[in-house]
Design a binder for this molecule. Structure first.
Ligand SMILES: Cc1ncc(C[n+]2csc(CCO)c2C)c(N)n1
Length: 220
């Protein structure tokens, strides 16, 4: 069985929990209150800037020039996503420069990005791909599921459109193929560590919706 298939099956319960989380279903039917989406956007901007750094560490840890180049190209893709997130959604949601500059990540955003940095600094490229793949792949599956949805709220229609489409599918498949190729060359202990990391990221993806839905803050 392909390593990626083994991971996808192991993560199924937490992915199903993401699909049915009220934040996700609330985007699809347009009932999600905008203040919760704004909490998501602010934390996601922080998440994306860390994600790009982790991808760049992947470029540095790659052992051939082609892979370094592709990982660096993915950094640029994340930058593009971050820019449109800031530009489109900040205007639509009335996020001010002050709000952005004084923003501090909520506990879950901080913990999830710390998990990815841990994989990046302590592991090899396979550990990095394992930690960042749920981000690509889960959003692709959510994008597919939400394609038929036409919420009244234009922001949510934009969000749904961002994760549908062929360009995104190709990026996701590229990282899945990269993970499977690396998995063939490493030890079983490496594969087990990569699987654990993939599962932790999958659980954090669920917690990220929950963080936004509950407008999670630091307790003190
Ligand atoms: C918490 C969280 N998880 C996943 C994504 C989606 N995402 C972020 S970067 C990237 C790769 C290239 O753009 C993808 C798919 C998100 N935005 N926020």
């Amino acid at each position: 069985m392909l390593f990626s298939k083994r991971l996808r099956e192991a993560a199924d319960a937490s992915w199903e929990a993401s699909f049915s989380h009220p934040f996700v279903t609330g985007i699809a039917d347009g009932t999600l209150p905008l203040d919760r989406f704004k909490h998501y956007v602010l934390n996601d901007a922080y998440y994306l800037s860390c994600f790009a750094q982790v991808q760049a560490l992947g470029a540095a840890k790659a052992t051939d020039l082609h892979t370094s180049n592709r990982m660096a190209a993915h950094v640029q893709g994340t930058y593009g996503a971050e820019l449109s997130l800031h530009e489109k959604f900040s205007g639509m949601l009335g996020i001010t420069d002050e709000e952005r500059s004084s923003f501090q990540p909520a506990p879950t955003a901080y913990a999830y990005t710390s998990h990815m940095f841990r994989a990046a600094y302590t592991g090899h490229l396979g550990d990095i791909i394992a930690a960042i793949l749920p981000c690509y792949w889960l959003y692709y599956e959510i994008g597919e599921r939400l394609q038929g949805a036409k919420p009244d709220e234009p922001i949510y229609r934009e969000w749904i459109a961002a994760y549908g489409g062929e360009w995104f599918k190709e990026l996701v498949q590229e990282q899945i193929d990269r993970l499977d190729a690396i998995a063939d060359t490493v030890t079983e202990a490496d594969r087990e560590r990569m699987q654990r990391s993939f599962l932790i990221s999958s659980r954090y993806e669920y917690l990220f919706w929950d963080m936004a839905y509950k407008k999670e803050q630091w307790p003190v």
